[in-house]
Design a protein around this ligand. Structure first.
Ligand code: FE
Length: 365
């Protein structure tokens, strides 16, 4: 509730800015020497493009797709009057674009759907450190950067999925146990090229060590019922269709399928409840280091992390708010509560290269 004061101040701030700019634009030109003019234009050359449109919209570079983002952004514009533009692309492409554009980037905020990519952007000095009691209060410490360069906005559980009609959940226990011979010819996985799997494996390396993780991955590959799938939805449909009995996917893909068909024959199982907990990743955001309006970008980020907004942001895609105790979509709450792995999710970035190497060694395509 206390956070709602932040966006409500914004229209006033924006109005003041607009008035000041108008005053500056309409003021009679001061007589200036040619030398001073030249110096000023040289100073401003680097950011002349942005300086020319100081009242333009906030620009978000987003890997999160429009249907999962636009409704909350529209609410922000309605509440504050701040216009927002989004440029949608894959995280790798957006990060390369930020690096190439440097100081002249139009971007103010970067949103990705994985912590590993936010970590990469921060490593490349593309995100600004933000100090914000509001963000620190609403985003658990393990789901944000210690230096404030990125913050989780929604939590995504990547868990074991099973065929309700063919698998007794009492036979399931941990991610690692899916490497046991009882699952031979019964397991389905998504491609190792997907960052979601790389992040899962990165946290396993952190927890189990490289050697033990490599053995688990080899066991998984030995148990595959089919070549790795291109996406989580195809994998879940393969479980429902009888091609495999168990798999590992993000829960929101199941949420979408259950919304279409309440009788969809796949259910989530929460593994590792006696130890590490379920692997969770984030969809999150950071203020772009070269933003020419970092205060506005931070205000939007704080608003996105506020109680009701993060619940809506997560609810658009059957995800979990990062702050415990928030309202959940009924489809999501029906899956029950689980213990999440409390590991610092920055490990998804720090150990990503190592994870990719182990997946290759295990023959996980
Ligand atoms: Fe996804």
């Amino acid at each position: 509730m206390r956070l709602s004061a932040v966006p409500r101040l914004l229209p006033i701030a924006a109005g003041l800015l607009a008035a000041l700019t108008l005053a500056a634009c309409s003021a009679p030109a001061e007589p200036e020497s040619a030398a001073a003019d030249a110096a000023a234009s040289a100073d401003n050359a680097a950011d002349s493009a942005t300086a020319a449109t100081p009242e333009g919209p906030l620009v978000i570079y987003s890997e999160r797709k429009p249907p999962l983002l636009d409704p909350v952004l529209a609410a922000y514009t309605a509440e504050t009057g701040v216009q927002i533009e989004t440029r949608i692309d894959g995280a790798d492409a957006l990060i390369e674009r930020l690096a190439a554009e440097g100081a002249s980037t139009p971007a103010d905020l970067l949103i990705t759907v994985d912590a590993g990519n936010l970590w990469q952007a921060a490593e490349r000095n593309l995100l600004a450190p933000v100090v914000s009691p509001a963000l620190e209060a609403n985003v658990p410490a393990n789901l944000r950067d210690a230096q404030g360069r990125w913050f989780g906005l929604s939590e995504r559980a990547r868990t074991i999925m099973y065929a309700k009609d063919r698998v007794d959940p009492a036979t399931l226990s941990t991610y690692e146990a899916l490497a046991e011979p009882q699952w031979k010819g019964k397991l389905c996985l998504r491609s190792s090229a997907k960052v979601y799997n790389q992040s899962l494996v990165a946290t396993m390396i952190e927890r189990l060590g490289a050697d033990a993780t490599r053995e688990v991955l080899k066991g998984w590959v030995a148990n595959l019922a089919a070549p790795p799938f291109a996406d989580d939805t195809l994998l879940l449909q393969a479980i429902a269709a009888g091609q495999c009995e168990v798999g590992i996917t993000n829960t929101y893909y199941l949420g979408r399928l259950v919304k279409e068909d309440a009788a969809f024959a796949v259910a989530p199982f929460w593994p590792n409840q006696a130890d590490a907990g379920v692997h969770v990743n984030i969809s999150g955001a950071g203020v772009v280091a070269a933003s020419d309006r970092p205060e506005q970008a931070q205000a939007l980020l704080e608003w996105l992390a506020s109680d009701t907004v993060q619940a809506k942001f997560a609810g658009l895609n059957f995800e979990y708010p990062v702050k415990p105790g928030m309202a959940l979509d009924p489809i999501v709450s029906a899956w029950g509560e689980f213990k999440a792995d409390p590991v610092d999710i920055a490990v998804a970035g720090r150990r990503q290269a190592e994870a990719v190497m182990l997946m290759n060694e295990a023959g996980w395509r």
